[in-house]
Design a protein around this ligand. Structure first.
Ligand code: ZN
Length: 362
């Protein structure tokens, strides 16, 4: 018997990971991520041209592996979903071309997905036991009274490229209305952590190493400023923190292991504090029922702990992915976001007009 949800083949090539997934509603049948970290490590960051060539090489084998792991054949696919943006232009293009060709070949609809919507909807993916989240149980029953307990939702997306607070509303089943309440005016939180880690000589990508070292450090040893404290401002800024971080490193005469740990712990605390500060501010001007967390920086346990505490204090149901592979860039989140568009028949009609949008907004 066919599943009541469509089978979606999803593709994300927005940055330095080639990912193809098979999803069905909020269920993940496979989520293959071919990481390019090793190729970019020697450059200390993502090299767009290297990423493009690697995506070209990896996309077909990743697609075949996704089918194999989901144990389905291409004929069972009901739609193809692909990231349109935001992301690296020449990287996005590889996924979009592949998706267009596949959609034509299979004669199935094509769905263009906002990468940030993917990060947002990763928060409601089915867990590893494939049990639908409370969110989907409510939507399944089309019980709009119960959805009142879930919306409006406060979305918080924290990644290497973006830091955004979103107001997420639902008009009727699967018709989401999403608008940005605040976002970073310069660096993203993940970018600040990565750059500080690089200044500390922790390599690339440095944020996970920084988090590990922070565990043995004193978070109160160094004082960093709290950015963007103008009343009413819901935007973020992390470039001042980055500068303060560089000064703190320069002022330290010797950077032994303990100093590195103390700097890592203090800087991490400052970034988390800046995020929580804005959450506290937004909750004062608007009330929410749930808090959805997404993006690669959500892998940071100290950040999740601080957000969990915030959600508890403000009586918000805290939703986030059950699997760390869903926080960082991956195609399964694109498939889940794509499902809502499939439901609303939001398909690409003219393939020639469907192009990458590196700075795609909400
Ligand atoms: Zn991302």
């Amino acid at each position: 018997m066919k599943d009541k949800y469509p089978i979606i083949l999803a593709i994300d090539t927005s940055c330095d990971d080639t990912s193809v997934a098979i999803t069905s509603g909020a269920k993940i049948l496979s989520n293959v991520i071919a990481s390019q970290v090793e190729m970019h490590r020697k450059y200390g960051g993502v090299m767009p041209l290297v990423a493009k060539l690697a995506h070209h090489e990896l996309i077909n084998p990743t697609y075949l592996e996704a089918l194999k792991r989901a144990n389905i054949n291409a004929k069972q696919i009901d739609a193809v979903a692909v990231t349109q943006g935001p992301g690296l232009a020449i990287a996005l293009e590889v996924g979009i071309e592949f998706a267009k060709n596949l959609s034509k070949e299979l004669n199935k609809p094509l769905i263009g997905v906002n990468h940030m919507a993917g990060h947002l909807f990763s928060a409601i993916a089915a867990n590893s036991q494939q049990t639908p989240t409370p969110f989907l149980q409510v939507l399944e029953n089309l019980d709009l009274k119960s959805t009142k307990d879930l919306f409006p939702a406060l979305g918080l997306l924290v990644s290497g490229g973006h830091t955004q607070m979103l107001n997420v509303n639902l008009n009727y089943k699967y018709d989401f209305k999403i608008n940005v309440l605040g976002q970073t005016l310069d660096d993203a939180a993940g970018e600040a952590l990565d750059k500080f880690a690089r200044l500390l000589g922790l390599g690339y990508p440095g944020a996970p190493v920084l988090e590990e070292l922070a565990k043995s450090g004193d978070p109160d040893k160094y004082k960093f400023p709290l950015p963007m404290t103008n009343p009413g401002d819901l935007n973020f800024s992390f470039s001042g923190l980055k500068t303060a971080g560089r000064h703190a490193i320069e002022k330290s005469k010797t950077i032994d292991r303990q100093t590195t740990c103390d700097l890592a712990a203090s800087f991490q605390k400052a970034v988390i504090r800046a995020i929580i500060y804005k959450l506290k501010r937004v909750i004062k001007v608007k009330s929410f029922k749930t808090l959805w967390l997404g993006g690669g920086v959500a892998n940071n346990l100290s950040l999740r702990k601080a957000i969990r505490q915030f959600a508890k204090e403000h009586d918000l149901l805290f939703l986030y992915a059950n699997n760390k592979r869903l926080f960082s860039d991956n195609a399964a989140m694109i498939g889940i976001a794509g499902y809502f568009q499939y439901y609303n028949e939001n398909f690409i009609e003219n393939f020639a007009d469907f192009q990458r949008v590196p700075r795609l907004d909400w």
